[in-house]
Design a protein around this ligand. Structure first.
Ligand code: GRF
Length: 197
C-alpha cells in the first residue's frame, strides 16, 4: 500500500529531502502530495517546487479567525488527498482541530531520545546544547506521533548516537542529523506497516 504524505516544514527541509530520496529508492512506500510551510521563504518549499510537488503556505496572520486558518489547512490536506502528515522541522503548533482529525496520522522527528530533552524551547541547537550540558554519553533521534502537547505523543521509533567529550552542540547536531536522515523514512514506513496489520 502507498500512502499520500504531506510534509510540514519551516526551514531548510533536509529531512524532507531524505524522505523523498527514500521514496525514489523504493524504500518508503509513499508519495509526497503536498509540502507546506508557515513561512513563504522556507528553502524546503523551493526544493519541493523544483521536484514539481505542490506547496502551500499556512500563515496564521492572513486569517482573522483561528477557525478559518484551521479550515484552510484542512482543505489543503483534503484537496491533496493526504493520508498522513510528516513534520520535518515545523516550528508552529498544529491547530487542535487538525490534530483531532489526523489523530495517530501526524508524525514528527525530534533530535533527541524523548522523553528526555523535549518540550517547549527544545528545538534546533538548544536540544544538543542541553544534551551536552547534562553530561549525557548518548543521544539520538525519536520519531513519534503528534498530539496536543509538544513532544509527548507515542514513540514510533528511536535510534541512538554517541556523545563524545569533545563535542560542541554543532558537531553533535551534524552527527544526529545524519542519523535523522536514515531514521525518518524507517519510522514512516513502520507507521505504514503497522496500519496494515
Ligand atoms: C531537524 O533536526 C529535526 O529533528 C527537527 O528540526 C530539524 C529540521 O531540519 N525537528 P531540516 O529542516 O529537516 O533540515
Amino acid at each position: 500500500m502507498t500512502i499520500n504524505l504531506a510534509i510540514f516544514l519551516s526551514g531548510r527541509g533536509s529531512n524532507f529531502e531524505a524522505l523523498q530520496s527514500a521514496i525514489q529508492r523504493g524504500d518508503l512506500k509513499a508519495k509526497i502530495t503536498l509540502v507546506a510551510s508557515n513561512s513563504a521563504d522556507a528553502i524546503g518549499l523551493k526544493t519541493a517546487t523544483g521536484l514539481s510537488i505542490p506547496t502551500a503556505v499556512f500563515d496564521r496572520k492572513q486569517f482573522s479567525q483561528g477557525s478559518d486558518y484551521s479550515d484552510y489547512i484542512f482543505n489543503q490536506l483534503a484537496e491533496h488527498n493526504v493520508d498522513a502528515i510528516a513534520l520535518a522541522g515545523y516550528l508552529k503548533k498544529i491547530p487542535p482541530f487538525v490534530v483531532r482529525h489526523y489523530r495517530n496520522r501526524i508524525l514528527n522527528i525530534h533530535p533527541a531520545l524523548l522523553p528526555k530533552f523535549g518540550g517547549k524551547g527544545m528545538y534546533g541547537i538548544n536540544v544538543h546544547r542541553a544534551v551536552i550540558e547534562a553530561g549525557e554519553i548518548e543521544t539520538g533521534v525519536t520519531i513519534h506521533f503528534v498530539n496536543e502537547e509538544y513532544d509527548e505523543g507515542e514513540v514510533i521509533l528511536q535510534a541512538k548516537a554517541p556523545v563524545y567529550p569533545t563535542d560542541t552542540p554543532e558537531i553533535l547536531a551534524a552527527r544526529v542529523l545524519k542519523i535523522e536522515h536514515d531514521t525518518y523514512w524507517r519510522g514512516v514506513q513502520k507507521f505504514i506497516d503497522d496500519r496494515k496489520s
